[in-house]
Design a protein around this ligand. Sequence first.
Ligand SMILES: *Cc1c(COP(=O)(O)O)cnc(C)c1O
Length: 429
Amino acid sequence: MIAQGARMSSKELYLRAQELMPGGVNSPVRAFRAVGGSPLFFEKASGDRLTDVEGREYIDYVCSWGAVITGHADPAIVAAVAKAAQGGTSFGAPHPGEIALAEEIVARVPGLEMVRFVNSGSEATSAAIRLARAATGRAKVLKFEGNYHGAVDALLAKAGSGVATFSLPDSAGIPEEATKATLLARYNDEVSVEQLLDEHRGEVAAVIVEPVAGNMGCVPPRPGFLQKVRELCSRHGVLLIFDEVMTGFRVARGGAQDFFGISADLVCMGKVIGGGLPVGAYGGAKDLMRMIAPTGPVYQAGTLSGNPLAMAAGLAALKGMDDAAYAELESRGAELESGLKAACGKVPAQVQRVGSMTSVFFNSDPVVDFDSAQRSDRQFFGRLFHALLERGVYLPPSALESWFLTTTHSRQDVQKTCAAFAEAIDELA
Ligand SMILES: *Cc1c(COP(=O)(O)O)cnc(C)c1O
């Protein structure tokens, strides 16, 4: 038992947690398996700072995996959540807060007419796939190797290298049937998409893509790649789903569709739209969205969906993200990028960035797809991770993740980070 008021170290808490939760965590990457060592337990966060249970402070580049964009404990979000909570934590019935957030989202995203709120990104992608299958009367779904769309059976497939074939599940407990209808293409390789759509003509319901890949580290789309995928989808009567759970309202005011000037048929959102509370959403044009129950035959539901606290938090987060905020994120991102490039010195490294999403791959060539991402030196990253932790910088505990900025990351903090990075590289290289 943990005695009330006793101050325990992260190590002690981790031992206890492992007895109560698998791996001591509620989401696997948090357990530090990819970098070694044992995870830190945090007590609080404010702005761009995390404070662990032992009172040490870190500049945070995880930012709840991108969900936090206006900084931790943003006073506007805290006030909105507190006010909402006073009025009841959940109604299980319609309320005006849902309309307010839906209006804000629809106003920001070009071509988006209607949304349905869910409780996570995974729920959003699985519902979008169901809708796409219903709308097209087709079963197959094409995804890209190294793109992550949540813990969804049909989408947990990346398979081996080489141009895609029918895929095998990535996790135990997923029957082969669940991924049999999942086709795998190579990111940034429109030819692999064209071949699969030709080969499975009339059978593919949707192509789902991370418009900026962020779950194999930050891998920007090559110029023209997304346009070509858009054209191929239109030509084959396939719905294009942008999984913007990470990029939505992070890369631009209206997400990646706005940033790249490309319209998807369906868009999945999460992370930023909850301001740190559990929210997801999916949306598209009215004719498609009206196929969802109760107006249509596609069943999808959620007891806590549209939760008043989550809606209030999301609205406060988006209200905080005006054009000036995106401009600020971009300049801070550019400073981080150039500082990290300089700090890498002679170590073969690729600093890849889109707006406030960044990764450093220890790789001699640019990372453009899953194969090249996997060729980066993950062991070196693990050592660097710990060297930075010692210097008060908290990076994602895995080489193949994006680092995130918030509007509270100051120029000085970015400079401090780059200086720590340079020191760590000198020590390790
Ligand atoms: C995080 C993420 C998801 C999954 O969202 P959860 O809220 O963790 O279920 C899906 N797609 C992308 C692109 C993500 O980054």
